[in-house]
Design a protein. Sequence first.
Length: 60
Amino acid sequence: MKSFIAILTFASCALAAPVAQGKYDGYGDYSGVEVPDVASYGSYPPPAGGYGKYTGYKKQ
């Protein structure tokens, strides 16, 4: 009897669990986002390590 109740308990928990709705195919797709002009980024300082292979801004 205890095992039957345990099985019913697990089954009810499994049925009550949330089910993912929808798809994530377009997740991370920024094709519809406008790219701002470079001048509109503000007056942030360049990164200390430079930009990729270009190290013109690297700290001396």
